[in-house]
Design a protein around this ligand. Structure first.
Ligand SMILES: *[C@@H]1O[C@H](CO)[C@@H](O)[C@H](O)[C@H]1NC(C)=O
Ligand SMILES: *[C@@H]1O[C@H](CO)[C@@H](O)[C@H](O)[C@H]1NC(C)=O
Ligand SMILES: *[C@@H]1O[C@H](CO)[C@@H](O)[C@H](O)[C@H]1NC(C)=O
Ligand SMILES: *[C@@H]1O[C@H](CO)[C@@H](O)[C@H](O)[C@H]1NC(C)=O
Length: 414
């Protein structure tokens, strides 16, 4: 018994590059690549003792049940890994990340309900990814980002019900995609896929068999044939409504911005406010329908109808106000940056080169003025009059805008 073992050890020592575990047959291809052929061997695990120089490993049609984290640690040079037709139900995170040279990965016809998507970040050379005929029910947004060489992606025959917008966008080399035989839910969330399919040069194999399973009225219809009338991306428009102090000098100016949105389904309105003091994100109304403020924040009042009111608008509230309209089809944002500019001169004496502020009717022309919907960079300048005495007496902190706002100017600069 001892002699053959000794011989084996000797062979391994002398030419480790040719080490080949007994169930496999190894050969060097013409291009010098080392192939380890271990398919159809009823294997339950990745065999041990593979040469670190193996670049092609064939393990298809075995009985592998899982891939442990270090199961491929012996073969870091791997370029092609064929694991189709096994019983793999789990791939431990890190198992694939250790293969930075990997170009071809076939895990089709297995039992994967989950996949360590984060490992793909290390596989920047990947060209072919076959995950078809598994049990995958989701593909996280951004999971494929960074696969700049990926040419072919098979996700057919899984349990995907939806895909995040932009899933296939960061894949400049993608040429072929298979998505058929998944129970897609053709809600407006998936509408982007139809639009993308119609505009991309990627070949979507069997697009006619890429069908909706829900909702009931679209069952059996091709995803690429989803009706568009119900899914309309949001549009948004910001208007500025000024409401100068009504009563005494103690009441400050309330700045009101109104965001009117359209789309289907009706978009939800969110606000992002960036001031020198930081950023505030507001999702949904902060003021109940009856007008009473909900618990907490009172500085920014967001109404259900799309109006944002900032009572006692002061220097601290200067900044960028962004209205974000969101629905299942998409997102649209419009911004305005609001600044205050103090003036010692009454409105009537403001420089003539500012047509708005110079007019006595400056208030009304600001009311309902439409800000350019093109978005960022719009500038709203509120010019007000500060009597000299007030200015010198008041510290910057207690600075009140409500003191005689004589001119409200809307300057569309930029
Ligand atoms: C792997 O291949 C390289 C270059 O082809 C060679 O120098 C090295 O000895 C090989 N390593 C093993 C362990 O066979
Ligand atoms: C994956 O890539 C990251 C960043 O390049 C690296 O730090 C990490 O070690 C890699 N993971 C493995 C398992 O090689
Ligand atoms: C389909 O998606 C919509 C919108 O996300 C959801 O309300 C609905 O419950 C989903 N239907 C099924 C069958 O999953
Ligand atoms: C929205 O609702 C608020 C509070 O009811 C109201 O003050 C405001 O004028 C409304 N905005 C528009 C544009 O109707």
């Amino acid at each position: 018994m001892e002699a053959p073992l000794a011989v084996l050890a000797l062979v391994t020592l002398l030419s480790p590059g040719l080490a080949c575990p007994s169930p496999c047959s190894c050969s060097t291809k013409k291009n010098g690549r080392l192939l380890a052929e271990c398919a159809y061997r009823e294997l339950r695990d990745v065999p041990r003792g593979l040469s670190p120089n193996v670049t092609i490993l064939t393990l298809s049609a075995n009985r592998l049940g899982r891939l442990g984290r270090s199961s491929l640690a012996e073969v870091p040079e791997l370029q092609s890994l064929w694991l189709g037709y096994n019983h793999i139900s789990a791939v431990e995170p890190g198992a694939l990340a250790a293969l930075p040279q990997l170009k071809n990965l076939d895990l089709s016809h297995n039992r994967l309900a989950e996949f360590p998507w984060q490992d793909l970040r290390n596989l920047s050379a990947l060209q072919i990814l076959k995950l078809s005929n598994n049990r995958l029910s989701s593909l996280p947004a951004g999971a494929l980002a960074g696969l700049r060489e990926l040419r072919s992606l098979w996700l057919n025959d899984n349990e995907l019900t939806t895909l995040a917008r932009g899933t296939f966008e960061a894949l400049p080399a993608l040429a072929q995609l298979q998505l058929f035989h998944n129970p897609f839910n053709c809600s407006c969330k998936l509408f982007w896929l139809k639009e993308w399919a119609h505009s991309t040069s990627v070949v979507i194999s069997r697009a006619g068999s890429t069908l909706c399973a829900a909702p009931a009225r679209l069952r059996g219809r091709a995803v690429t044939d989803m009706p568009g009338s119900l899914c309309v991306a949001p549009s948004a428009q910001l208007t500025y409504l000024s409401s100068p102090a009504k009563a005494g000098p103690k009441d400050g100016l309330t700045l009101s911005l109104h965001c009117s949105v359209a789309g289907s389904p009706p978009p939800e309105i969110r606000w992002q406010i960036r001031t020198a003091g930081g950023r505030v994100d507001i999702h949904g109304p902060t003021v109940a329908r009856d007008g009473g403020a909900k618990a907490g924040r009172r500085r920014f009042l967001a109404f259900k109808n799309g109006t944002m009111a900032i009572p006692d608008f002061g220097k601290d509230d200067e900044g960028t106000y962004t209205c974000v309209a969101v629905n299942d089809v998409g997102t649209r944002d419009v911004s305005v940056s609001v600044a205050l500019a103090g003036s010692d001169v009454p409105a009537e004496e403001l420089p003539r080169d500012d047509p708005q502020a110079g007019q006595p009717g400056g208030h009304s022309c600001a009311k309902g003025d439409e800000l350019d919907p093109s978005g960022m960079g719009e500038k709203l300048l509120i010019v007000y009059h500060v009597p000299r005495e007030v200015r010198s007496a008041a510290g910057a902190r207690e600075f009140r805008l409500g003191v005689l706002p004589l001119a409200l100017g809307l300057l569309l600069l930029w």
